[in-house]
Design a protein around this ligand. Structure first.
Ligand code: ADP
Ligand code: MG
Length: 717
């Protein structure tokens, strides 16, 4: 038995080595060698055969598609023509020296020009021969011309036209200089395929799913994405590999999620008790929306399961996330656990504290606020009460709660208005207890669905896509800065009706001197429109001491001041239902999600609200587009999608480092349907076989194991 085992493992070892041909360093490929290998590594990140295999062509030349010269019109189109080279001469001197040729087909004449390697080109072309010519056309002296065309003898081209579509690869100037242009890389790829066999490119989608979706086998797809026999086959190959990319990512994310469900011990919130019921029946000032009820149910299910909850709650501005959080905290209290709610700014923490205090009035629960300005004596008191368990709820800023606080039995952490709350931060919270508390992260802004699925796919997601009843849509308009006076008059009218207004300046970086001066100037200007004592103005910005910020904020919240002039410190969460106008200065300097958040500060009461976007008259195309979107819709989910389209996933906050978006072929903007499909299929598969131990799923499992560590996925668990 023992001998058998050893033999067996030896066989396995050598099989492994055999199948590892793709791990071979690229310098061993014939025609590469150490020097070119160095360049391939530096320029294209190609270290191994595998990397070369995954260096996909950016286009294919179709040798059967030939244009007629007379059909060539404007600039910059890629064309391919077949014609006879009728002349070739060098003209000009020194720097102006160039080689000019004429190519003739039955319809006309095309000029060809070379500025470099003239002697070499001249030597390799023969006047009178027929060539297949490919390149980007331009107009020179009113005649069509191709500069540095790709030339191939037509006979040869036809003879070699077994692969009708010839791949051309991304290359760089340095590589071209070393004899590795896009077409020469094709030669390497061709050679690579002569060395490998289908078994070397192991299948990673189970047969059942392959058949169900009519997908090409993996080897075939890799071969045909490089050397497709037809455009249709290319599409099928591309589709297969794109699907694979999403599918593997989805399987991985779902495995992380399921693994957490299975193995992470979590605190058990067994019952719904008196705190919850009393509040729900006697104190809740409104009916919950259906969306709120649904999410609450999800949280209730999560926390009653004995596993740790890690839930991302997405809801548009004003959808009522806070009260969902509070009800969850009451659930924790009913089961003897403490909760904390963390906010991104002091102002918001303060506001949550007063809002929650109001709601909890008359209930025997203790709530405290902990921020940078909490006095030492109070702070000590709070720390002690947290340790002895007499304090049920703590509201504070992120930093404070993460770093210094110890709880007796923390059961629930609510992270408000932030989806950037990363793994490292979550881990810090877990250190606070033997069994990690449940975590509810509430986003500042909806995340596009595709992004949520990829970058946050390891979390459980809840969506609140419904606003409380009675809200009036906010009317958003765009105005030129020149029209500021009339905007001020409009504000005056609203103030006379008893409303309040925000005027926000783009102080992105609080230390930015220029924009700070802009803010001060703006403040003076607003004051001149609205002189004291008839009007009162609050101003809040990041340079003020926290207490001053608070006082100014409080006065506006209480309705003592008419106008709030501020920077983006009021961006998220602030809730003053009586405010009905939001004026945003230099709108072009803000991103879409920020604009949407700012606008969300109004429209919180039952009065009609307005958002005025002021800008200069010179706008970039993207800036104008952002403004148009803002004027066209109030729907945060739609805006998030647009934002993703405009900026691309790499630029959306918090996703860059996640590693979840390092896709080679797919785009989460353009391949939405494929992503949905991959997600569904991955979930179905894992539902049947959560541990991937069925025989048919073993290849997938082994593929995932081999990939581990390679893609940085471990970072997001
Ligand atoms: P956000 O999701 O942006 O954090 P909030 O929790 O601040 O929204 O809620 C916005 C406003 O809506 C608050 O004044 C809150 O009291 C109110 N609200 C929340 N839920 C409801 C509801 N179901 N019916 C009516 N008003 C609600
Ligand atoms: Mg909120």
């Amino acid at each position: 038995m023992l001998i058998y085992d050893i033999c067996n493992s030896n066989i396995e070892k050598s099989i492994n080595q055999l199948s590892n041909i793709l791990a071979t360093p690229i310098e061993y490929l014939k025609g590469v060698g150490p020097h070119r290998a160095d360049l391939l590594k530096k320029e294209l990140d190609i270290y191994t055969y595998q990397d070369l295999l995954e260096h996909f062509p950016h286009r294919h030349i179709d040798k059967t598609k030939v244009n007629r010269i007379e059909d060539i019109h404007g600039d910059t189109e890629f064309i391919q023509v077949v014609g006879r080279l009728t002349s070739l001469e060098t003209i000009g001197e020194n720097r102006g020296r160039r080689l000019v040729g004429q190519l003739k087909d039955s319809s006309g004449i095309l000029e060809l020009a070379w500025f470099q390697s003239i002697n070499w080109v001249e030597k390799n072309l023969t006047i009178g021969s027929i060539y297949l010519v490919y390149g980007r056309t331009g107009m020179f002296n009113n005649r069509p011309q191709i500069v540095h065309p790709e030339m191939e003898l037509y006979v040869a081209a036809q003879a070699g036209a077994k692969n009708v579509l010839e791949p051309v690869y991304p290359s760089t100037e340095k590589l071209k200089a070393r004899g590795l242009n896009g077409r020469q890389i094709a030669g390497l790829t061709k050679q690579l395929f002569s060395l490998i066999q289908p078994k070397d490119i192991e299948e990673n989608i189970p047969v059942k799913q392959l058949q169900q979706l009519r997908l090409m086998a993996r080897y075939e797809a890799f071969y045909k994405i490089h050397f497709p026999p037809s455009p249709e086959e290319f599409e099928r190959a591309l589709n297969r590999l794109k699907f694979e990319e999403f599918f593997i990512a989805q399987v991985r994310l779902n495995l992380i999620r399921l693994q957490r469900h299975r193995t992470s011990r979590g605190l058990l919130f067994e019952k719904v008790g008196d705190y919850f019921n009393d509040f729900y029946n006697n104190h809740l000032p409104f009916q919950l929306t259906n969306a709120q009820k649904r999410v609450l149910k999800e949280i209730r299910t999560d926390t009653a399961r004995g596993h740790q909850m890690n839930r991302l709650l997405q809801g548009d501005v004003g959808s009522g996330k806070t009260v969902v959080a509070l009800l969850s905290m009451l659930l924790a209290a009913d089961n003897g656990f403490q909760s904390c709610m963390m906010a991104p700014t002091e102002i918001l923490a303060q506001q949550h504290y007063s809002g929650l205090s109001e709601l909890l009035k008359g209930l025997p629960l203790r709530l405290e606020l902990l921020t940078g300005t909490t006095k030492v004596k109070k702070r000590r008191e709070i720390h002690a009460a947290l340790l002895d368990g007499s304090l049920h709820f703590l509201v504070g800023t992120h930093a404070l709660i993460e770093d210094t606080v110890q709880f007796k039995n923390l059961g629930l952490v609510v992270v408000d208005e932030q989806h950037r709350f990363g793994v490292a931060q979550r881990a810090k919270l877990w250190e606070k207890a033997v069994v990690p508390p449940h975590v509810l992260v509430m986003t500042a802004t909806p995340i596009p669905r595709t992004l949520a699925m990829t970058a946050y796919g390891d979390l459980d997601c809840s969506i609140m896509d419904e606003l409380p009843p009675g809200r009036q849509p906010i009317l958003t308009v765009h105005r030129n800065e020149m029209a500021r006076a009339s905007v001020m008059e409009f504000i005056r009218g609203e103030i006379e009706k008893g409303r309040q207004a925000y005027i926000v300046y783009p102080l992105i970086d609080e230390s930015d001197k220029m924009s700070y001066e802009d803010l001060m100037q703006g403040y003076e200007q607003v004051k001149s429109f609205f002189p004291e004592p008839k009007y009162l103005i609050s101003m809040v910005h990041g340079r003020q001491p926290a207490e001053m910020k608070q006082t100014n904020m409080d006065r506006f919240v209480k309705g003592e001041t008419n106008i709030m002039v501020s920077t983006t410190v009021i961006e998220v969460g602030v809730n003053v239902p009586n405010a009905s106008v939001m004026v945003i200065e230099s709108t072009e300097k803000f991103g879409l999600s920020q604009l949407h958040q700012l606008r969300g500060r109004v429209g919180r009461g039952s009065e009609k609200s307005f958002c005025v976007l002021l800008s200069g008259s010179k706008l970039s195309r993207e800036g104008r587009e952002r403004i148009n979107i803002m004027c066209a819709t109030n729907d945060g989910f739609k805006i998030a999608e647009k934002d993703l389209e405009l900026r691309g996933p790499g630029d959306i906050e918090g996703t860059r480092q996640s590693g979840a978006l390092n896709f080679k072929l797919v785009s989460i903007v353009n391949d939405k349907e494929l992503l949905e499909k991959a997600k569904t299929i991955a979930e179905q598969l894992l539902e049947e076989d959560e541990t991937l131990s069925m025989a048919e799923n073993l290849p997938l499992r082994s593929f995932l194991q081999k990939q581990k560590g390679k893609t940085g996925w471990s970072k997001i668990s």
